[in-house]
Design a protein around this ligand. Structure first.
Ligand SMILES: Cc1cc2nc3c(=O)[nH]c(=O)nc-3n(C[C@H](O)[C@H](O)[C@H](O)COP(=O)(O)OP(=O)(O)OC[C@H]3O[C@@H](n4cnc5c(N)ncnc54)[C@H](O)[C@@H]3O)c2cc1C
Length: 304
């Protein structure tokens, strides 16, 4: 059992790291527990974070940790948080390695995780030539022939969005397309073919997709894929301790990360569906302000 700390942060991605930076600078004692399995570990480069465009996720974390090391009240632990007990002012967090940490406040910055990819060959190209967000990776695939794996009304939205980067689009719905006649016409008018046969496999070399092969024997050559993986909460702990959750597996939190459970905050992908590193970092920063404000208010009261 360790001495009580001000804040335990579960998750050391952009959200948890930015929260740690702000809390360290606010002279709070912080332990970040991180099992180091971020969703973006499959990708070589992360884009769109001003001053860090094109950096690898691992290098981003290394620089962040180096800068946070200037604030001695912040400590990193490579471990997994497995249980949380206690209440506001006195939480106990037990890790996979059996350490128990106690803290006044708790911040969940545990991100989201992908559920297993159910298309043969997709894991080989994920993060290298198959991506989830055109804002993150569309530039590198500009003007290339692309396959969008998506069905129903989302296909239209996806095609309209990705058309900002390339007009050479094909939709594979991987089974019944679920499109209305009107939606099919809208895509046809823009020369976007729709294939509804199930996908047999994705063929690639060195992570670079070459073609998408369908069960009916069709093969669609392409240089890139966009798809929407099924996501789940990065950690089940918020749900287990009573945090309200959305259907999409996000913790419901106010703009300063405060949840319905007193003393518990959440930030980043764990508490939003924006899925951008800079947004996650920003939410981490706001949550740190929310937590610090509560801690200051409590200390202020106890000084009378
Ligand atoms: C393939 C791919 C490419 C992407 N490319 C970009 C891009 O180019 N630009 C961009 O802005 N965004 C990109 N993103 C999105 C971006 O990676 C996320 O929005 C961002 O990393 C979210 O930060 P976070 O801190 O909320 O969560 P994460 O970075 O996912 O970090 C959460 C951390 O919590 C840890 N954790 C979970 N549960 C526990 C537990 N119980 N105990 C301890 N630790 C735990 C995880 O291991 C992980 O290290 C990409 C995402 C993917 C999947």
């Amino acid at each position: 059992m360790e001495q009580q700390i001000d804040v335990i942060i579960i998750g050391g991605g952009p959200a948890g790291l930015n929260a740690a930076l702000v809390l360290g600078r606010a002279r709070k004692s912080v332990v970040i527990i991180d099992e180091e399995r971020p969703r973006n570990r499959v990708t070589r480069e992360s884009h769109g974070f001003l001053t860090r465009d094109g950096i690898s996720p691992a290098e981003f974390r290394r620089i962040a940790r180096e800068q946070i090391a200037a604030y001695p009240s912040v400590r990193f632990v490579t471990d997994s948080a497995v249980t949380v007990t206690g209440a506001d002012g006195n939480f106990q967090i037990t890790t996979g390695q059996g350490t128990v940490y106690t803290s006044k406040k708790l911040l969940f910055a545990a991100g989201k995780k992908d559920l297993p990819l159910d298309i043969s060959g997709l894991a080989d190209v994920y993060g290298k030539s198959a991506f989830v967000c055109p804002y993150c990776d569309g530039w590198e695939l500009r003007d290339q022939p692309l396959v969008l794996i998506v069905k129903g009304g989302a296909a239209l939205h996806s095609a309209r969005t990705v058309s900002g980067w390339s007009k050479r689009l094909t939709i594979c719905t991987n089974g019944p397309d679920e499109l209305t006649e009107e939606q099919r016409e809208e895509l046809k008018a823009r020369h976007i073919p729709v294939f509804d046969a199930p996908i047999a496999r994705i063929e690639s070399t060195g992570g670079m997709v070459e073609q998408v092969v369908l069960e009916d024997g069709s093969a669609i050559p392409c240089k890139g894929i966009f798809f929407a993986p099924k996501l789940a909460a990065g950690s089940d702990l918020p749900r287990e301790i009573g945090c309200r959750m959305t259907e999409g597996g996000s913790v419901v939190a106010d703009p300063f990360g405060k949840t319905n459970v007193p003393g518990v905050f959440s930030a980043g992908d764990a508490a939003s569906e924006m899925y951008q590193a800079i947004t996650a970092a920003s939410l981490g920063s706001l949550a740190a302000v929310g937590i610090n404000s509560e801690l200051l208010a409590e200390t202020w009261e106890s000084r009378i």
